[in-house]
Design a protein around this ligand. Structure first.
Ligand SMILES: Cc1cc2nc3c(=O)[nH]c(=O)nc-3n(C[C@H](O)[C@H](O)[C@H](O)COP(=O)(O)OP(=O)(O)OC[C@H]3O[C@@H](n4cnc5c(N)ncnc54)[C@H](O)[C@@H]3O)c2cc1C
Length: 382
């Protein structure tokens, strides 16, 4: 067992760390405040190859693996989570379904642009009326000749409405299974298809420089060939995509938790009270020591889940544990970092205020903490 990074992994981590500090940090507060999407940052991330990290070179990827993606996400989120979630959703929710389940033609059509970061894709599973309970999906797709006719709506879909969004994949009910359950399938809907409407962006508590929209489909017609993988495989497909995605979200949460440590150390040395730096107080030192402890152990949890996944072993429980633990400690660290910053921690100009606002969604997105506990309990045979 060896959790040390290879030279290549360490170099990747270093280059993303430097990029986050030098390119993202100076501009992100303004985007966050104005709720604008950081196109120039995303373009540069594309040039660095970040969108192609876990994909084979034959499809335009960098030939790395999912762990490389996680390392990059951790370093981005250490500085900013809006940018990190944009990459996470673009890769693990946007491009990955096409890469894993698409036909050669679908891969050739979409992957080159998605893997270069020139275009983004969204993944539409959640609906206004159902999230955790995906079997409650109401969106329907009916085959009419050689076209699918889609009706319904999707809620909270990341990367679905940027100027460079090329398409979304949506889950829809395409019939009934023999056991009476809904037959779910996944269908590719290109941006601009008549009947596909993207609502204005939500007003969010955090991740305000990321792109999230409600989508509606009103007699929206796409070619039958836009079915992703086999008909009726929608449920299995998104379970696989979400299992992997949990490791990526755990990495993102660890980054946020570590960013809280970074900012707290800096501030504890600068800020004076009662004639000494606040960091001279053991109460502050212990807070920061506990924050480091949490970030470190959560990192080991996602390293373990990623290692199992890459070894082809079962990893569902470990991914759920990593996501549950990392999101919990990210919220803890954001709360403590804000406390260490006192009144300034409540001011948006300080990164910890952003970390605080960005932390809560980690306990909700890509499966709530309750859902993670359900997955773990089920895997334990309960
Ligand atoms: C900013 C943002 C971006 C997102 N991006 C995407 C995206 O790109 N694509 C996408 O498809 N979705 C996306 N989502 C949706 C997200 O994954 C869902 O919000 C999440 O899965 C929870 O679903 P819900 O909001 O419907 O909550 P619900 O499922 O309605 O749950 C409400 C509460 O009830 C609890 N609960 C539900 N069932 C049980 C149970 N059996 N036992 C105990 N407690 C239970 C939940 O844990 C939660 O606390 C995004 C959400 C946000 C806010």
């Amino acid at each position: 067992m060896d959790f040390r990074l290879t030279d290549e992994q360490a170099a990747l981590r270093e280059s993303v760390r430097e990029f986050a500090r030098e390119v993202i940090a100076p501009v992100i507060a303004e985007h966050y405040e104005q709720h604008t999407f950081p196109y120039e940052v995303i373009r540069q991330m594309g040039k660095m190859g970040l969108f192609g990290l876990p994909f084979a070179e034959e499809h335009g990827g960098m030939g790395g693996d999912y762990f490389a993606l996680c390392l990059a996400l951790e370093e981005l989120a250490r500085v900013d989570s809006s940018v990190a979630i944009t990459l996470e959703a673009a890769v693990s929710l946007g491009a990955m379904p096409i890469y894993r389940f698409g036909t050669e033609e679908q891969k050739a059509t979409w992957l080159p642009r998605l893997l270069s970061g020139e275009a983004l894709a969204g993944f539409g599973l959640t609906e206004p009326g159902t999230g955790s309970d995906a079997a409650g999906t109401q969106t329907r797709a009916v085959l009419d000749g050689d076209e699918w006719v889609i009706n319904g709506s999707k809620a909270f879909i990341t990367n679905s409405g940027t100027d460079i969004t090329a398409m979304v994949t949506v889950t829809a009910v395409t019939g009934m299974n023999p056991d009476g359950s809904k037959e779910l399938s996944t269908i590719i809907v290109p941006t601009g298809t008549p009947g596909f409407t993207v609502a204005p962006g939500y007003s969010k508590v955090g991740w305000t420089a990321s792109d999230t929209h409600e989508l509606t489909f009103d007699d929206c017609r796409v070619p039958a060939a836009n079915l992703l993988g086999a008909r009726g495989r929608g449920f299995a497909q998104f379970l696989r995509i979400l299992d992997e995605g949990r490791i990526a979200i755990a990495a993102l949460a660890v980054g946020l938790a570590q960013g809280c440590v970074d900012e707290s150390i800096k501030y504890a040395k600068e800020r004076h009270a009662f004639g000494q730096p606040i960091g001279a107080n053991q109460a502050i030192q212990f807070k920061i020591a506990d924050m480091e402890l949490k970030a470190h152990t959560a990192r080991l949890a996602y390293y373990d889940a990623a290692a199992r996944m890459l070894a082809g072993e079962p990893f569902k429980r470990q991914a759920a544990i990593a996501k549950l633990h990392a999101s919990t400690i990210a919220v803890d660290n954001a709360r403590e970092a804000t406390q260490i910053h006192g009144g300034y921690g409540f001011m948006n100009e300080y990164p910890v205020a952003r970390f605080w606002r960005d932390s809560k969604i980690l306990e909700i997105g890509e499966g709530t903490s309750e859902v993670q506990r359900m997955i773990i309990a089920r895997d334990l045979g309960l």
